[in-house]
Design a protein around this ligand. Structure first.
Ligand code: PLP
Length: 496
C-alpha cells in the first residue's frame, strides 16, 4: 500500500508519517495534521459487509496509518474493542423514531470518546517506539467531561505514559466528575480548573507551545502529547463506525446499493462530525452532515453565515460535552475548503485570536454545502427526551436529544427523508439528572447517584458497571487550580 503522509494546516510542518503525527498530537507550528489525500474505500468489495467491527477497523485504519504494520494495528484493535464494551457489536445501530441511532456509548465510560480512546494509548505506545522515543510520554488533556474519563481509563496502567486531565470545575456532571476523581492507576491525574472548558483548552494549548517549559520537561525525561480530538490517533478510529453503520444498513436491506444516507452529529469540538466528513471523502455515499449544537451555537451561526464568532458567554447547558465556543477540529475543515491553503488558515486563526472572530470567503462557504447546522435549546432538549421516550419507548441522553431535535428541524425545513444515522454519543446513565427530569419533573433536584436506579427502572436497562456504586468509590484526585497555575501543577506532579 502506498504511504500516506500528513501535513499541518498552518503550512510549515509537512511530510509527517502517521506515527509521528500521533506522537506529536499537534503540529510544531500550532496547526493540526491532515492527511495529504483522503484514502478511498472500495464499497464494491463483497467482503466488507461481512466484516465485524474489528475487521473493519483494521481495513479502514490501515489506510490512514500506513507506517504501522498489520500485526501492530491488529494488536491495538484487539486490545481496544474487547469485553470492555458491553455489546459485541461495539457500535450497534438501533432503529427508532424514523432514524437509526448509532449507539457509540457501550464502552467503559458510557460516552462515544471510548470509541477512540480505548485504542489510542496502544497506537501511541507503538508510535513512540517507531520514532525511537525513549522518554516517558505525558498526555495532557483538556476535557469538557467525557474525554477526561475516557482518556484516564484508556491510559491507566499503560506503561511509559502518564495522563493529566484538566476539567472545568463547574462544567461537568456529578457522574463525570466522580468518574474522574475516583480513577485508579499510578499514572493518572485529574485536576479541576477554576474556569470553563475553553479556559482549560487554551491553557493546555499554551503549555504545548511553551518552548522553555517543554525544554525543561525533555531534560527531565518527559515528552508531552495530547489525547484531545486534534490527535489523528483519535480521529482515524472514529471514521470506522460511520462506515460500519452504512454497511450495517446495506446488509440489513434498509438501504439500496449506493443509496445516500444523512448523518447527524451532536457537536462540540467538531471531531466526531469531521470523522463523518472524512468517511464521505473516502467514498461513503453520505448526503448531508447535520451539525447539531446546543445553546452554544457558534457552529450553527458559522454554517449559516460564514462568520465564526466566539465573542459570547459560554452557557452551561444540560449537554455539557458540547459546551464549547472554539471548536478545534474545525480548522481541518477550513483547510480543506480553502483548497489546502495554509496562508488562509493562518489569517483566519489570527483573526480569531486577535478579534475573536473570522469570516470565510464565499467560495469557501460554497464548499460547505454538505453541512447543515442547527441547534436545540435546553428546553427543546428536555422535550425531545420526553417525546422520544413516550412515543418510541427509547431513552436517549441530552446530547443525543440535541441531535434528534435538530434532525426533526432539518426534515421540517428541507423535506429530505433520506435514511439518517444519528450519532448517539452518550448513555442516558451518564446524565441521569437531566434525563430523569425530562421524563418527570418530580425527579428534579434528586442527586445523580440515586437517579441511576430511576433511569434503570424507566429504561428497563441494568445500571452499567461503569457507574454502579460510583458514589461509594474512594476519591483519589482533588487538586484544584487556576488556568494560570497549570504548569505549576504539572511541575508538581512530575517532580521537576
Ligand atoms: C465529546 C462529546 C460530544 C462532542 O463531540 P466532538 O467530537 O467534540 O464534536 C458530543 N456528545 C458527547 C456525549 C461527547 O462526549
Amino acid at each position: 500500500m502506498s504511504k500516506l503522509f500528513y501535513r499541518s494546516t498552518r503550512g510549515t510542518d509537512n511530510r509527517i508519517e502517521s506515527s509521528r503525527a500521533i506522537v506529536r498530537g499537534i503540529a510544531t507550528d500550532g496547526g493540526l495534521y491532515v492527511p495529504e489525500a483522503v484514502p478511498q474505500i472500495d464499497l464494491s468489495m463483497g467482503s466488507l459487509a461481512q466484516m465485524d467491527y474489528t475487521e473493519l477497523a483494521l481495513y479502514i485504519m490501515s489506510k490512514f496509518l500506513t507506517d504501522f504494520k498489520e500485526e501492530e494495528l491488529k494488536y491495538c484493535i484487539e486490545k481496544a474493542y474487547d469485553k470492555k464494551f458491553d455489546d459485541p457489536r461495539i457500535a450497534p445501530l438501533v432503529e427508532k423514531g424514523g432514524a437509526f441511532f448509532l449507539e457509540l456509548f457501550h464502552g467503559p465510560t458510557l460516552a462515544f470518546k471510548d470509541m477512540a480512546l480505548s485504542i489510542m494509548p496502544y497506537l501511541l505506545k507503538i508510535a513512540a517506539d517507531k520514532n525511537s522515543i525513549d522518554k516517558e510520554i505525558v498526555i495532557l488533556t483538556a476535557t469538557s467531561g467525557d474525554t477526561g474519563k475516557a482518556a484516564l481509563e484508556g491510559f491507566a496502567g499503560v506503561e511509559g505514559t502518564k495522563i493529566i486531565v484538566f476539567y472545568p470545575r463547574n462544567g461537568v456532571s456529578k457522574i463525570q466528575e466522580r468518574q474522574m476523581t475516583t480513577q485508579a492507576g499510578d499514572n493518572t491525574y485529574a485536576v479541576a480548573i477554576e474556569g470553563n472548558f475553553d479556559d482549560a483548552q487554551r491553557g493546555v494549548k499554551e503549555i504545548f507551545s511553551d518552548r522553555e517549559f517543554n525544554g525543561i520537561l525533555n531534560k527531565s525525561g518527559y515528552i508531552l502529547s495530547s489525547a484531545n480530538s486534534i490527535n489523528i490517533g483519535r480521529l482515524v478510529p472514529q471514521v470506522v463506525y460511520y462506515v460500519y453503520a452504512y454497511l450495517n444498513l446495506r446488509k440489513s436491506g434498509k438501504i439500496k446499493s449506493n443509496e445516500v444516507i444523512n448523518i447527524v452529529v451532536p457537536t462540540g469540538n467538531f471531531g466526531n462530525i469531521l470523522a463523518a466528513y472524512y468517511s464521505k471523502k473516502m467514498g461513503l455515499p453520505v448526503g448531508k452532515l447535520i451539525c447539531a449544537s446546543n445553546e452554544n451555537n457558534v457552529l450553527y451561526d458559522f454554517i449559516n453565515t460564514g462568520v465564526y464568532d466566539r465573542k459570547r458567554r459560554l452557557i452551561v447547558t444540560s449537554s455539557p460535552s458540547m459546551d464549547i465556543l472554539v471548536s478545534s477540529n474545525l480548522e481541518r475543515l477550513l483547510y480543506d475548503i480553502s483548497g489546502s491553503n495554509a496562508d488562509i488558515i493562518n489569517n483566519l486563526i489570527g483573526d480569531l485570536d486577535k478579534k475573536g472572530e473570522f469570516k470565510i470567503t464565499g467560495d469557501m462557504k460554497d464548499r460547505m454545502v454538505d453541512f447543515y447546522g442547527g441547534f436545540a435549546t435546553d428546553k427543546e432538549t428536555f422535550e425531545t427526551i420526553k417525546y422520544v421516550f413516550f412515543k418510541f419507548n427509547y431513552l436517549i441522553d441530552t446530547h443525543t436529544a440535541v441531535g434528534y431535535n435538530v434532525y426533526q428541524k432539518y426534515i421540517q425545513v428541507t423535506g429530505d427523508r433520506s435514511k439518517t444515522v444519528i450519532a448517539s454519543t452518550a448513555s442516558p446513565f451518564e446524565f441521569p439528572g437531566s434525563v430523569a427530569k425530562a421524563i418527570d419533573e418530580k425527579y428534579a433536584g434528586m442527586d445523580d447517584f440515586s437517579l441511576l436506579e430511576v433511569i434503570s427502572e424507566i429504561s428497563g436497562l441494568k445500571v452499567p458497571e461503569a457507574v454502579k456504586g460510583l458514589e461509594r468509590r474512594k476519591i483519589l484526585h482533588n487538586t484544584v487550580c487556576m488556568e494560570t497555575q497549570m504548569e505549576d501543577v504539572i511541575t508538581d506532579i512530575l517532580g521537576l
